[in-house]
Design a protein around this ligand. Structure first.
Ligand code: PMP
Length: 383
């Protein structure tokens, strides 16, 4: 049996979440915006309960939570939704990093074709951008700073806490893509000062196809984000379209479970990381870890095996474990990881790099077994 070690691409659904969704599909039918019957009221109460579950996990108010189809859409709304405001106020400058997910990078690139000026800050070899490199670029006309919390390829935690503390004092909006940290770095996320935040439920063992955009109120007012799609008034017009009630319930349940279990999950994840590193060390294979382990989450390792093509290795080890190189969203054509390139890692090391990622649903023994078999093959490539 193959062990699934690609949680950063998508985590499997927690069966308690699935049960909750099946119950909603069976027993809470209808449209949450129907006002003319009890079915609509029941569906609405499911949605509002889920909104509370998400808000509790994030430590914020439920009227700051807006359901979307996922982090890609949330990132798009957070950024493209500011275009009118930016143009009206003359704030046409955006700062982001070179290692954001494509859902941010492609969106800001699109805005740069529409008159906005975008600065892309690179990380160091450690995989982490320097907070001052971001803050030094802030100008009078800076509209937005968008920085991810945890990088999906390297697992490196970015200094969003430091950046948020400074930006809070300025008239600059701060967006955090928390897709890889939500439900995992729970305490840290609660302490970050941001105006907008995005995540997808499927990274924390919720269903695919549902996500959240958080819009924090400041002096009782939401950030000046406008809808980018036109339609009904669902989600206060921020995200028109019929609310997918069961998906929303699944997202809420995944957040509630994460809220209860994140401390135990963190211990488990750290044990798995130690065990994987032990296997790597005992294998005798020459390897290097990409990104500074000091800043890395306990659910990811990005590793390069000297002289081994990661593509070839992944194909030869498919039956043992599912790992990846780069992001699933850029995997249509093989091109070296733009994240590792931005870090200044050499081409050979990039071509031999692999991402191993796990989470709350991973069984340690199974992970170790999968990695052992994987390394036995890697050793043949390495020798
Ligand atoms: N941001 C980050 C950091 C991600 O890892 C991902 C998913 N790989 C996304 C955004 C996009 O999420 P989704 O595909 O669920 O919209």
């Amino acid at each position: 049996m193959s062990t699934y070690l690609d949680y950063n691409a998508s985590a499997p659904i927690d069966l308690r979440v699935l049960d909750c969704m099946v119950d909603v599909y069976k027993n809470s039918i209808g449209n949450a915006d129907s006002r003319t019957h009890g079915f609509g009221e029941k569906a609405r109460s499911v949605v509002e309960d889920a909104r509370k579950q998400v808000a509790t996990l994030l430590g914020i108010s439920s009227d700051e939570i807006f359901f979307t189809s996922g982090a890609t859409e949330s990132n798009n709304i957070a950024i493209r939704g500011l275009v009118d405001y930016g143009k009206k106020t003359g704030k046409m400058h955006i700062i982001t990093t070179a290692i954001e997910h494509k859902a941010v990078l492609e969106t800001v690139k699109h805005l740069s074709e529409d008159g906005f000026e975008v600065d892309f800050v690179k990380p160091g070899l450690n995989g982490r951008v320097n907070a001052n490199d971001i803050l030094d670029k802030v100008r009078e006309d800076t509209l937005l700073v968008s920085v991810m919390h945890v990088n999906n390829e390297t697992g490196i935690i970015q200094p969003v806490k430091e950046i948020g503390e400074v930006l809070e004092q300025k008239e600059v909006l701060f967006h955090v893509d928390a897709t890889q940290s939500c439900g995992k770095l729970v305490d840290e996320l609660r302490s970050i000062k941001y105006n907008m935040l995005s995540f997808s439920a499927h990274k924390l063992m919720g269903p695919q196809g549902i996500g959240v955009l958080v819009l924090r109120k400041k002096r009782y007012k939401l950030p000046p984000v406008k809808n980018i799609m036109y339609g009904g008034q669902q989600e206060h017009g921020i995200r028109p379209g019929t609310i997918p009630v069961a998906l929303v319930a699944g997202c809420g349940m995944a957040c509630e479970i994460a809220n209860k279990e994140y401390k135990d999950n963190a211990t488990k994840a750290s044990d798995i990381k130690k065990a994987i590193l032990q296997e790597l060390n005992e294998s005798g294979i020459e390897y290097s870890v990409n990104g500074d382990p000091e800043f890395c989450v306990d659910t990811t390792i990005n590793v390069s095996f000297k002289g081994v093509s990661s593509e070839a290795l992944m194909i030869s080890t498919k039956q043992f474990c599912g790992v990846s190189n780069g992001s699933a969203c850029t995997s249509k054509n093989y091109s070296p990881s733009y994240v590792l390139v931005a870090m200044g890692i050499d081409t050979d090391t990039i071509e031999s790099s692999l991402r191993i990622s796990w989470g709350a649903g991973t069984d340690k023994d199974e992970a170790v077994e999968g990695i052992k078999e994987f390394l036995a093959v890697a050793k043949q490539f390495n020798s």
